[in-house]
Design a protein around this ligand. Structure first.
Ligand code: NAD
Length: 495
């Protein structure tokens, strides 16, 4: 059972003072770059140190993954055997769930109860899903002329560099690692410089679960140095990246400048949430709109950061959202009563404040929030709501990645769809209506990867996740994710 009080979580955190090296070729590896300090957003204090990978460390990690792929047992095991190792890893994550949740919360400020309940549940479910799926897939034998046999088989694509951000550090790592390992690939995982400890712990648990040396390597390092070394490396066959659209572009360039490795991108968003007057329950729609933008301090790629509300119901909806913003319990993420923790880094807080200043300059009206909480150490921000936002304002276009809502009003469904699609992003959208035809018609017109009707952020491992337009390509989760980590081979046999 996890701790249930603030005091118990603080006590556990005080006893957890890691100083950690990389995981390369199955061994603890201090690397060649010294250590760098990790600052917790909950109090702005250094709470741990971690090895700082250099391009030379990245080189050794790729070499280990290459050897493990070219000559090691992992790609040659039966898929069922690989699935068993993933299931054992899921068991170990369950066993160490409290410790992993605490690391995530200390690293990036998510309320520890959400880290335990939501993030770790997602990691366990992901490992179990691909653990089970691994041995249940079949290849194809298309019907050809009687004197030939054609086999269409999927083979592991090789060495995968998995590069992930800090907002869901373990879930997003699991969404890459689990399907890659199930497919028989070997992996170098580079977590964000903000969240290396949880990823390194996951890597060590994978070794305990029976993963052969070199199959999963984890290097803690800063993006521009370590990420670039992986992106340019000729022995990396695939980059599976989640992060900002700007850095996603870098990986496309790295691939173009090196070996044309496959680059899969899960990028940013500016998701619209459309509330029509015939929503089945307007208060529930408004409560979900508020929950969606303030959950995880708004640091969600799918955050419903543009609320598009019909003008006839705008007052009711906005009042409900503003009321929620004013009553949210903001505080120490290690306190189980906290509903919204700090912003993950001082830099991210500064960036969000820049977006808020831009919204003021562009003429949006501030309803609530807009300022940092200066009465405490750490990187805390008031939940913020702007209305009278128009499509040309920066707040309507730019991803803020924080608890800042932009409210637009509209009068017709056509206007709502045009507003919704007026974005370079296309990750997700919400739609609230009681009319089945409207739900289908609007959903078909929205240029996004996921449409949630009368709900938001719902999902299951069996459904794919990913974006249209500059929100990326390819899909995480579901059987479709395996396509990223396998090559299709045709073998034609003349009989
Ligand atoms: P980021 O793009 O700054 O960093 C992501 C990763 O790239 C990190 O591991 C970082 O070290 C590395 N990196 C940074 N600069 C690099 C460079 N020049 N070369 C190579 N690697 C580099 O993103 P972030 O701030 O960690 O996360 C927030 C972003 O992630 C937001 O834009 C958010 O929308 C996006 N995100 C997308 C999804 C999705 O599934 N679509 C999910 C979560 C987050």
């Amino acid at each position: 059972m996890p701790p249930t009080t603030h005091a118990q979580w603080l006590d556990l955190a005080a006893r957890l003072l890691p100083s950690v090296g990389h995981l390369i070729d199955g061994a603890d590896d201090r690397g060649t770059g010294g250590l760098f300090p990790l600052v917790s957003p909950r109090d702005g204090q250094v709470f741990a140190e971690v090895a700082d990978a250099t391009p030379a460390d990245a080189e050794r990690a790729v070499a280990a993954a290459r050897r493990a792929f070219d000559a090691g047992p992992w790609p040659r095991l039966s898929p069922t055997e690989r699935g068993r190792v993933l299931q054992r890893l899921a068991d170990l994550v369950e066993e160490h769930r409290t410790e992993l949740a605490l690391l995530v919360s200390l690293e990036m400020g998510k309320p520890v109860t959400e880290a335990y309940d939501i993030e770790l549940r997602a990691v366990i479910n992901t490992l179990r899903y691909y653990g089970e799926l691994a041995g249940k897939l079949a290849d194809e034998a298309p019907r050809t002329a009687p004197d030939a046999l054609a086999l269409v088989t999927r083979e592991p694509v090789g060495v995968v560099a998995a590069i992930v951000p800090w907002n869901f550090p373990l879930t997003l790592a699991a969404w890459k690692i689990a399907p890659a390992l199930a497919s028989g690939c070997t992996v170098v995982l580079k977590p964000s410089e903000q969240t290396p400890l949880s990823a390194l712990r996951l890597g060590r648990l994978a070794m305990e679960a029976g993963l052969p040396d070199g199959v999963l390597n984890v290097i803690a390092g800063r993006g521009p140095a370590t990420g670039q070394a992986l992106g340019l490396h000729p022995d990396v066959d695939v980059v599976a990246f989640t992060g900002s659209t700007a850095v996603g572009r870098c990986y496309l360039r790295y691939a173009a400048d090196s070996n044309l490795k496959r680059v899969w991108l899960e990028l940013g968003g500016k998701s619209p949430n459309i509330i029509l007057p015939d929503a089945p329950d307007l208060r529930a729609a408004a409560a979900t709109a508020a929950w969606g933008i303030f959950f995880n301090a708004g640091e969600m790629c799918t955050a419903p950061s543009r609320l598009l509300v019909h003008s006839s119901i705008a007052d009711l909806v906005v009042d409900t959202v503003v009321e929620r913003a004013r009553t949210l319990r903001i505080g120490d993420p290690l306190d189980p009563d906290t509903e919204m923790g700090p912003i993950a880094t001082a830099r991210q807080l500064e960036s969000i404040l820049g977006h808020i200043a831009g919204a003021h300059q562009d003429g949006a009206r501030l309803h609530t929030g807009g300022s940092p909480l200066l009465d405490r150490a750490g990187f805390y921000l008031q939940p913020t709501v702007f209305d009278q936002v128009t499509g040309d304002m920066r707040l309507a276009r730019d991803e803020v990645f924080g608890p800042v809502l932009a409210v637009h009003t509209f009068d017709t469904v056509e206007e709502a769809v045009a507003l919704a699609n007026n974005s370079v992003y296309g990750l997700a959208a919400g739609l609230w209506t009681s009319d089945l035809s409207t739900a289908h018609q609007v959903s078909r017109q929205l240029r996004v990867g996921t449409v949630w009707v009368n709900c938001y952020e719902e999902g299951d491992l069996s459904v794919p996740f990913g974006g249209y337009k500059q929100s990326g390509n390819g899909r995480d989760k579901s059987a479709h994710a395996l396509e990223k980590f396998t090559e299709l081979k045709t073998t034609w046999i003349q009989l």
